[in-house]
Design a protein around this ligand. Sequence first.
Ligand code: 6CS
Ligand code: FE
Length: 302
Amino acid sequence: MSIAVLPTLRDPYPSRLDHAISPIAREEPTVWCDRRSNSGPLGPDDLDRFDERGYLIRHGTIGTETVAPFGTEIDRLAAELAPDDRRVIREPGGAIRSIFAPHLLSSLIADVVRSDAVLPVARQLLGGEVYIHQARINLMPGFTGSGFYWHSDFETWHAEDGMPRMRAVSCSIALTPNYPYNGSLMVIPGSHHTFYPCVGPTPANHHEKSLVAQQFGVPDQDTLTKAVDAHGIDQFTGAAGSALWFDCNLLHGSGSNITPLPRSNVFLVFNSVENRLGAPYAAEQSRPEHLAARTATAPIRR
Ligand code: 6CS
Ligand code: FE
């Protein structure tokens, strides 16, 4: 009698390992729309640049006259949410660092998701219908705001949320001016072509710590040194209303903000409806809905 052996599903992007392995070349495209029959807000040069460098800056994504009310809106959300609401992440000193799922709490932010300057770009880059995988407001207060260490978002979303493929894109829109000196986001251009497996198994309830300071799912210093030697570092700066679109696998991070000038951004992650979440690839439990949507995954309609 022979024993049937079930084939083990191959994970193209293994991470959270007990030993280091070499970087892995990305298998799927960065730009998913059909380039021949393509119509959308991004021209061929924009698409080429996004493909090559993994990001694109679009100034004036929220108009100057419409961006002002967002400050008041954030204050309203911060005041309305209970101090122990899981959607609010605080700095060790108590200041609010992030508010998750603001698009479900604020019609102003829900309107941005559906706006002409945002939704068609996400659809074009991902080649079809999309939904919000994660959204947050990141607040980096003056003097005390702390940064995010280098990471690829896809590494976390694959390992902890079961996102199968690199078919998601983030849109970070400045709500206050993003200067080179107030903790603005740095990216390693071109790093999205490579998956960098990380060492160290995911601890239980990792998200309770990782959203303040991420320790697991970050490349080692030697890997980062080589990536920066090869590609350099670019930075996203711009007036309030400017948007940074970046591929889900682009390495990025930010320093702290010791200036008096706060840096607030709204951060929207679009995922293709053909890339909905499954079981985590490298974690015991999936994360809560406000970090990784499994229920609210209907295509966004305008
Ligand atoms: O956990 C998340 O979904 C996001 N936050 C952090 C700190 N790293 C991965 C990803 O960007
Ligand atoms: Fe990130």
